[in-house]
Design a protein around this ligand. Sequence first.
Ligand SMILES: Cc1ncc(COP(=O)(O)O)c(C=O)c1O
Length: 457
Amino acid sequence: MENMSKNGKEKKVLLTEDEMPKKWYNINPDLPRPLDPPRHPQTGEILRPEDLAMIFPMALIEQEVSQERYIDIPSELLEIYRIWRPTPLVRAERLENYLETPAKIYYKNESVSPPGSHKPNTAVAQAYYNKKEGTLRLTTETGAGQWGSALAFACNLIGLELTVYMVRVSYEQKPYRKIMMEVWGAEVLPSPTNRTSSGRGILEKNPNSPGSLGIAISEAVEDAVKSEGTKYSLGSVLNHVILHQTIVGLETKKQFEKLGIYPDVLVGCVGGGSNFGGFAFPFVPDKLKGKDIRIVAVEPLACPSLTKGPYAYDYGDTAKMAPIVKMYTLGHNFVPPPIHAGGLRYHGMAPQVSLLHNEGIIEAVAYHQNPVFEAAITFAKTEGIIPAPETAHAIRFVIDEALRCRESGEEKVIAFNFSGHGHFDLSAYEAYLGGKLEDYEYSDEKIKESLKDLPKV
Ligand SMILES: Cc1ncc(COP(=O)(O)O)c(C=O)c1O
């Protein structure tokens, strides 16, 4: 009885290894209109695939622009995915009971991967394609440290060196993530560093800069462009990253099919959009065909790109090294306040997620960090797992929606992506429990100011 839910159905919906999807889903051919083409950061011209070859292997560039609806997952990668996949879809029944809601809450538990989040789904794929094309070393940035540790895990498995530019505020708040990366053999530097001209430029203006994902990306890209045998790897935002993450949503779809139900509301937190996109995109074609399903992206009020930014062309990074893409953005110079959800401190949003938001296919909401941590603690006390602060943004919305269902009596099925655990974020929990977390709301004036520097395209 312990494992049985109220309906006599399992608490955990599992897939066998054989049932794991063998292809990723590419949303490009199903978007309601084509993405606006990315532009070269220096010339403003439409970017050619060759322009990206300095920093990415060809296989990933091809995936970036592919119009194939499904792309085969190489068998070597399926072998690696088997280390932690398929991941369980779990009924959060104790949370439902606590909330006294008629809603049914499910979470896709991506925290079971060795680094503790969804990030290795793309990290192992990127390391694999790089290795195949002869890359010796990768560079990357990391905010929360989740992405850096996922790539360190992947590079170690696949046999590549790795340098990680870690946003300084997270480097200081999360020393254990740094050690984890070092255990897997990566070199970890607090960004901004003196190693790159972009880092030095920032430090000259502000020696105490807390760093940002935009700055760390500039440093990692510069290092890759200037070093032999070295390429760059990005943990979010790009089409190929979300493509690799769709294994999450494809598994979730199969799991709901096993249950014989279809979710009413899908929820994910958004930093650059990869866990949200990977979870939700496989459901978008059903929505486009008329299925009544809400798809909700949740972001911090301290870095509200979807809810407060314009939909415009902007640089992907602070030093204007990365391509200019059409997205919801707070401006490439925007340095978000040092909230604890480090992985949600990115000024822009994935172009595919942005387009779907602009078309009204997905919705977005934003929260302050105190109510987010309150939701995280409710989840930890009812379901047991301590969520990453990023993931807790999704949980805040899920709880609010379940409480609305309590008022209305609706038995909605709410599913969210449990993107990662918070075992290395305990200093953030300590701050919350001690009443020391500040809620930052970025003023409209400040946003207006950083938007002055948008490129003219
Ligand atoms: C656990 C977790 N969830 C979510 C995110 C946000 O990234 P994305 O929007 O690409 O999923 C991060 C980023 O570091 C993360 O570590």
